[in-house]
Design a protein around this ligand. Structure first.
Ligand code: ADP
Ligand code: ADP
Ligand code: ZN
Length: 218
């Protein structure tokens, strides 16, 4: 099973993808995570991407489709994949078709998380993650059960993304509206799009996604 989680910044894609990894043994391919790793390691891709990401703009289609192809090549054919934050443009959607076809894979579901734009700013500016295991948290909506201690791994260090500020989020939302939302009709024509209310509690969103994955196509 190969699925795309689609939605604006802060919609809950990463949160839901990590639950699918835990519950179903799928693999999460997040271009945002891969790009941040490249920036940290100062690879050629990272050096090119850094300023673009800090501005909230989109990294080039060639770069992100390249890293997605490479990541897929490292996976056994039977492993299910969750595409998180990719594709984000029409060109990327077409590249993904080719990348999947080359590897004998196909798309089963595109799940769109629908969220109010006003809620997104609050979600993004309150977001932080465990510096050790990457578990996601929120200042209001998901605080660690024991203060300053990761629920999952017990570490005490947390981090915030440099692009998770209000100004950059506005740019990212505009990019989503202009370039990413327009790819939905490609998948609608194939009858594989499902919509989930991303404003519901995290657990409710997880249940709605499970119902889609267990209920057949579309
Ligand atoms: P969010 O989870 O907030 O939606 P991501 O972590 O997916 O954000 O992406 C962070 C940044 O990385 C984006 O603003 C963009 O600069 C870059 N990026 C990630 N995925 C892509 C992609 N598929 N195409 C172009 N740029 C991307
Ligand atoms: P995305 O990957 O789409 O950018 P995240 O999964 O990182 O979004 O979620 C953004 C922030 O909102 C995180 O701090 C997360 O804990 C929180 N969050 C995710 N889903 C929900 C939800 N259903 N209700 C409230 N907060 C949420
Ligand atoms: Zn942790």
């Amino acid at each position: 099973m190969n699925i795309i989680l689609l939605g604006p910044p802060g919609a809950g894609k990463g949160t839901q993808a990590s639950r699918l990894v835990e519950d179903r043994g799928m693999v999460q391919l997040s271009t945002g995570d891969m790009l941040r790793a490249a920036v940290k390691a100062q690879t050629p891709v990272g050096l090119k991407a850094k300023a673009v990401m800090e501005a909230g703009e989109l990294v080039s289609d060639e770069i992100v489709s390249g890293i997605i192809g490479e990541a897929l090549d490292g996976l056994p054919a039977e492993t299910g994949v969750i595409f998180d934050g990719y594709p984000r443009t029409e060109a990327q959607a077409h590249s993904l078709d080719a990348i999947l076809a080359d590897r004998g894979r196909s798309l089963d579901h595109v799940i769109e998380l629908e969220v109010d734009e006003d809620a997104l700013v609050e979600r993004i500016t309150g977001r932080f993650t465990c510096a050790s295991c990457g578990e996601g948290y929120h200042d209001t909506f998901k605080t660690p059960k024991i203060a300053d201690t990761c629920d999952r791994c017990g570490a005490h260090e947390f981090k915030r993304r440099p692009d998770d500020n209000e100004e950059t989020v506005r740019t990212r939302m505009a990019e989503y509206r202009a370039k990413t939302a327009p790819i939905l009709p490609i998948y609608e024509a194939r009858g594989i799009v499902s919509r989930v209310d991303g404003m519901a509690d995290m657990g409710e969103v997880t249940k709605a996604i499970a119902a889609i994955l267990d209920g057949g196509k579309g």
